[in-house]
Design a protein around this ligand. Structure first.
Ligand code: NG6
Ligand code: CA
Length: 505
């Protein structure tokens, strides 16, 4: 394939690409994998060779952020380019939530389609489906969904592994459904006669909850939400990685002759963690560690498919995560007991749900064979920039309105520019503003500690300011000593809020 790079004042820039020369894009979006969970980010008790190979031959970022500290808002931000805190209703979605990104909105997938790509969404979705919460008929095509916001093909889990309905939806229809055994879903009440984890603990043969997760029992594991029917369509947790990986691979095989964009949202390592037998015991950390190995296997399969299709060198691959790590997220899977010296959050404080860094500082690896400057990058980058950055990559302009908060950061993402973003705003109960040097956390009266998950949420009625150069662990609040810095950062936040906050979807 012809190289399509020109040198402009010392930095790599991608020129307008002829259709067949457009790079494919594969976005591997992990779930709850923390900054310190891959061996290339310092983990020692788990080896992730497939991830590491991409990191070693690509750019590995050390200051990269998801848009939020949980899944739904992070995915919303990444797909729309708009900070999720601007919109009401972008918090963690129930399994029967209506589609959160409205069909009229411009999205990353629509951008790619307009640029001539075939687009696919495989794996975890968690952005809702249908036009009214709780009103979906899961026995028919559920719409709107991925297709209506730009994905030609989809094979998804509607919400999360721990939320009903526990079925795969292919092109928005439940896979393997027997019409004589229709699916019913409710997030308000159980269906008469259906067992629950709470009332029938004897049915929990695979995993028991540690908190919550005591409603419908599917595959020996109790979940969030009630469900009845659809027996032939129910997933088996130990096969989820296989099932979604195979569909990602098939999408690549089918589309290898034309440019494609694949969003591959893995179920690993979200709860309930129940990796396939062949990954059990691969680490000494129980299901959480073994699920990391399973994730790495999925990455290896995608890479292999790209190589076998002959498109590896012309595919830009991103590996990142939707939020930081959590150890006990609601099931008794021994993650806490077996963690010992492993640090999923790396050198950072907090974790999933937290305003502290580990909430949103996630692994971020960009691989594109000859087109990146290999190495480690410390510039500030954010998933919110995917939309504008991909628009640069494919040479398709996006209006300022459609670009929302998304910035063109291609040069930084390819490892060529030492600047990156000036700041990024995070949201987990309270807003945060992070620059290269400082982290400001707005005052909040929320609970500072999540006892269920053992997470410091970083909420404080006082203003917090941390010097990220000398205190990346956010232990020494220096707000009082630096009133001018606090004022400056607050002003940026105020200006950003004035552009729109608390808007309806
Ligand atoms: C929480 C769930 C947690 C997880 C999270 C969403 C309970 C007790 N906890 O409410 O298990 O599902 O939501 O995670 O129900 S996320 O990564 O998809 O945002
Ligand atoms: Ca997540």
């Amino acid at each position: 394939m012809k190289k399509v790079i020109t040198l402009i004042s010392g930095s790599l820039a991608v020129t307008a690409l002829a259709a067949q020369e457009k790079p494919n894009i594969v976005l591997i979006y992990a779930d709850d994998i923390g900054y310190g969970d891959f061996s290339c980010y310092g983990a020692t008790r788990v080896q992730t060779p497939n991830v590491d190979a991409l990191a070693n031959n690509g750019v590995r970022f050390r200051n990269a952020h998801s848009a939020a500290a949980t899944s739904t808002p992070s995915r919303y931000g990444m797909f729309t380019g708009e900070y999720p805190w601007r919109r009401k209703g972008t918090g963690v979605a129930a399994g029967d939530a209506a589609l959160i990104i409205k069909p009229h909105r411009f999205t990353l997938a629509k951008l790619m389609k307009e640029a001539g790509y075939t687009t696919g969404a495989v794996g975890k979705w968690h952005l809702g489906m249908g036009d009214e919460t709780g009103k979906q008929n899961w026995n028919e095509r559920v719409s709107p969904g991925p297709y209506e916001i730009g994905f030609d093909y989809s094979y998804i889990m509607a919400a999360t592994g721990d939320r009903v309905p526990c079925v795969y939806m292919e092109n928005q229809r439940a896979v393997g459904l027997d019409p004589n055994d229709p699916i019913q879903v409710s997030y308000t009440q159980n269906f008469p006669g259906e067992p629950t984890g709470k009332e029938n603990p004897e049915l929990l043969t695979k995993l028991k909850p540690s908190h919550g997760h005591d409603m419908a029992v599917v595959n020996g594991i109790s979940r969030i939400g009630y469900m009845k029917g659809g027996k032939s369509a129910l997933w088996e947790d130990e096969n989820i990685a296989d099932s979604i990986t195979v569909h990602a691979v098939r999408f690549i095989e089918r589309n290898k002759d034309k440019p494609f964009f694949l969003y591959f949202g893995t179920n690993d390592i979200h709860v309930p963690r129940y990796p396939h037998e062949r990954f059990r015991g691969k680490t000494d950390m129980g299901h959480r560690g073994d699920a990391l190995v399973q994730f790495d296997w999925s990455v290896g399969e995608v890479v292999r498919a790209l190589k076998e299709a002959g498109v590896y060198d012309n595919t830009l691959i991103i590996i990142t995560s939707d939020n930081g790590p959590v150890v006990d997220d609601g099931y008794q899977d021994e993650a806490v007991e077996k963690l010992r010296n492993h640090k999923p959050w790396g050198p950072f404080r907090g974790g999933k749900y937290s305003t502290f860094e580990a909430g949103t500082r996630v692994p971020f690896i960009v691989h594109w064979t000859a087109n990146v400057r290999k190495g480690v990058s410390d510039v500030l980058v954010s998933q919110i920039d995917m939309l504008a950055t991909f628009s640069e990559l494919v040479g398709k302009e996006v209006s300022e309105e459609n670009r929302a908060d998304s910035q063109k950061q291609l040069s930084a993402w390819l490892g060529n520019d030492g600047k990156g973003r000036d700041y990024v705003i995070g949201s987990a109960y309270a807003l945060t503003l992070l620059t290269k040097d400082w982290k400001y956390i707005a005052p909040s009266n929320g609970n500072p500690y999540n006892a269920h998950t053992n997470t410091e949420l970083g909420l404080n009625p006082e203003e917090q300011l941390y010097n990220m150069v000398i205190d990346r662990g956010e232990y020494d609040n220096v707000a009082d000593e630096n009133p001018l810095t606090v004022r400056f950062l607050k002003q940026i936040l105020e200006e950003e809020k004035e552009k729109g906050m608390g808007l309806e979807l």
